[in-house]
Design a protein. Structure first.
Ligand SMILES: [Ca+2]
Length: 363
C-alpha cells in the first residue's frame, strides 16, 4: 500500500508569515483621508522616504505619526467641446442687417428668388382691418394705399398701373402706425412723369429694389430705408410737376416740415439714370445718411432750406462711399446758405477710399 502524502499539507512553520502580517497590521492605525488618499501610520522610528513626513497627531502613540501621501489624482480631462457649427441660412433668408461689405444690388434685394406670387389686380387700401397683418407674396397690379398700422409687406412686387395723376406704387403717408416693407420690388408697369416708387411715413424699408419710377421715393417723417437698391429711374422731358420741364429724378426726396429720415447702407446709384437731380434731395430736419453707396446727380446729396423758414439743421452724413458721376464735377454734397451740417465725416470716394471734397455751399 502506497502512503500518499497530501501535496499541500500544512506544516507549523507555514503559520509564521501570517502571524507576522497580523501583528504588523495590528500595529498600524491607518486613517484614510477624504481628500485623495493618504494614510497616517503610527511609528516612532525608521527611515522615511518617498514623501513620507512626520506629523503631530494627538491620537498617536508618542503624539507623532508618519504621513504617507500618494500621488495627486490625475485630473479629469475636460470634455472636448463640440465644434461650433456656423448655421447655414435657410434658402431665401437674407442677412439682416447686411454685413457692412455687402452692397445691395438686384440679386440681394427685391423678392427672394423662388417665391410664389399671386397677382392682385386693381388699387388696394390696407386700413385698420389689416392692422397687425403680414401681406406676403403679392404681385400688385394697382396702387397700394395704407391707412392702417403695424402692417408688413414682405416679398411683394408693386407695379401700379397706367395713370396720369400723381401716385406712388406704395403710399404709406396716411399710415397710423409703423409700416414695414421687406424684400420687395417697386417697378411701375407703365412709367410716367407722375409715378414715384414709394411715398412713406412711419415706414421702415429693408432690402427693396426700387427702379423705373421718377423719384425712388418721397421720404416723409419717420422713414428708414436700409440695405436697399435704388437705381435706373425713369426720366421724362416733360413733367407737369415741373411746369412741363424735365423730371427732377431723385433717389429719395424729403420736403420741408418732415423729419427723422434715415438712409442706411443702401446703394443709391443714379449713374445710369438720365440727368438725375440727386441721390437725396432734402429740406427735412434730422436726416441721417450713413454707410451708403451713392452716385449720380448734379450733386449727389443736396440739402436746401426753404426761403422764409429757419435754418436747416440736424443733417448727419457719415461713412458713405461716393461714385464719380456728378454732373457738377466733384460736387458730392451741396448745402444751401442756411443749411448746417451737424456731422460730415468718413465720406470717401468708392474707387480710391480718399476723402471726398468739402461740401459746396450756395443757394
Ligand atoms: Ca424729385
Amino acid at each position: 500500500m502506497i502512503n500518499v502524502k497530501p501535496k499541500n499539507a500544512l506544516k507549523p512553520w507555514h503559520a509564521i508569515p501570517a502571524v507576522a502580517v497580523t501583528l504588523i497590521v495590528g500595529y498600524m492605525a491607518i486613517r484614510i483621508f477624504a481628500a485623495g488618499y493618504s494614510a497616517v501610520i503610527e511609528t516612532e522610528s525608521g527611515t522615511r522616504a518617498n514623501g513620507a513626513t512626520l506629523v503631530a497627531t494627538t491620537g498617536a502613540s508618542g503624539g507623532q505619526a508618519v504621513k504617507l501621501t500618494g500621488p495627486a489624482p490625475a485630473p479629469t480631462p475636460a470634455p472636448t467641446p463640440a465644434p461650433t457649427l456656423t448655421p447655414t441660412p435657410a434658402p431665401g433668408v437674407r442677412p439682416s442687417p447686411f454685413p457692412a461689405s455687402l452692397k445691395p444690388v438686384a440679386s440681394n434685394t427685391g423678392v427672394v428668388a423662388g417665391t410664389s406670387l399671386i397677382v392682385v389686380n386693381g388699387d388696394q387700401t390696407y386700413g385698420a382691418s389689416s392692422n397687425g397683418q403680414t401681406i406676403t407674396g403679392k404681385d400688385f397690379h394697382g396702387f397700394i394705399h395704407v391707412t392702417g398700422a403695424n402692417i408688413t409687406f414682405s416679398n411683394c412686387i408693386f407695379r401700379g398701373r397706367a395713370i396720369s395723376s400723381n401716385n406712388a406704387l406704395l403710399d404709406t403717408e396716411s399710415s397710423t402706425g409703423t409700416i414695414t416693407v421687406l424684400d420687395s420690388e417697386f417697378v411701375p408697369s407703365n412709367p410716367s412723369a407722375t409715378i414715384d416708387g414709394l411715398w412713406t411715413r412711419n415706414t421702415n424699408v429693408f432690402r427693396a429694389n426700387i427702379h423705373g419710377s421718377v423719384d425712388g421715393m418721397k421720404a416723409d417723417s419717420n422713414t428708414l430705408v436700409q440695405d436697399s437698391y435704388i437705381h435706373d429711374l425713369s426720366w421724362f422731358a416733360s413733367d407737369p410737376n415741373q411746369g412741363g420741364t424735365p423730371t427732377h429724378n431723385d433717389g429719395a426726396q424729403s420736403f420741408l416740415g418732415e423729419s427723422n429720415v434715415t438712409l442706411r447702407h443702401n446703394n443709391i446709384d443714379l449713374a445710369s439714370t438720365s440727368d438725375p437731380n440727386a441721390a437725396l434731395q432734402s429740406s427735412a430736419s434730422n436726416t441721417h445718411v450713413e454707410n451708403n453707396w451713392l452716385d449720380g446727380g448734379g450733386c449727389t446729396l443736396n440739402f436746401n432750406h426753404v426761403s422764409g423758414h429757419p435754418q436747416l439743421t440736424g443733417i448727419y452724413i457719415t461713412g458713405n462711399r461716393f461714385g464719380r458721376h456728378q454732373s457738377f464735377s466733384g460736387c458730392v454734397i451741396l448745402i444751401s446758405t442756411q443749411t448746417v451740417l451737424s456731422q460730415n465725416s468718413a465720406n470717401v470716394w468708392d474707387d480710391t477710399g480718399a476723402a471726398v471734397p468739402a461740401p459746396q455751399q450756395h443757394d
